[in-house]
Design a protein around this ligand. Structure first.
Ligand code: MN
Length: 203
């Protein structure tokens, strides 16, 4: 199928000042759109033309780097938009118990998430993920993704400079602290945990 750019689940002003409207509109409308367009161009007329995005990613991993990178980036950005909200929510229910078991407290998890993201070398993604009933913080490099992994991803933050440079220049920790403390959508994380299977890119 031809994949579509997922609409932002909020106005492009909703994440300011952590992420400005200028950054968000360019990131979504130019960067994400380009990954979608390149994925669609690569699958047109091939066996992948009717596959889900997750199946395209799995099939292209290790065999077709160009398609893999564009398909994985398409998925990761769709996941990233839903990982944030105009006002952060608090984790609740089973998720809180799992956070406390793995990290001691929600605040401790936030510190660890920020440290992992800040320490990640060059471009990539930092994820909160679940596997076998346990939470972990995972990193993927460049366009790599957890979409076709054994992990159930719960939240993700984009670590590419295009995600923060206009608003925070080279200060990635400033961007991470703003997103983690003000914008993470823990309700999305709970939904992903409750479903128990990996979030599917809207078809
Ligand atoms: Mn990005």
């Amino acid at each position: 199928m031809a994949f579509k750019l997922t609409p932002l689940p909020y106005a492009d002003t909703a994440l300011a000042p952590a992420i400005s409207a200028a950054t968000l509109s360019f990131h979504h409308g130019k960067h994400h759109q380009a990954y979608i367009d390149k994925t669609n161009a690569a699958i047109e007329g091939t066996d992948h033309a009717t596959a889900s995005l997750e199946d395209v990613i799995a099939a292209a991993r290790g065999t077709n780097a160009g398609l893999f990178n564009n398909a994985a980036q398409s998925y990761n950005h769709g996941f990233y938009w839903h990982s944030m909200a105009s006002e952060t929510t608090a984790p609740s229910g089973e998720l809180v118990a799992m956070i406390e078991a793995a990290y001691g407290s929600v605040d401790d998890l936030k510190v660890k998430l920020s440290e992992k993201g800040a320490g990640h070398f060059a471009s990539g993604w930092v994820w909160l993920a679940e596997k076998d009933g346990k939470l972990s913080i995972e990193e993927t490099h460049d366009g790599d993704t957890l979409a076709d992994s054994a992990f159930n991803p719960l939240l993700v933050i984009d670590l590419w400079e295009h995600a923060y440079y206009l608003d925070h220049q080279n200060k990635r920790p400033s961007y991470l602290d703003a997103v983690i403390n003000q914008k993470l959508d823990w309700a999305f994380a709970s939904d992903n945990l409750a479903r128990g299977t990996t979030w599917q890119y809207p078809g």
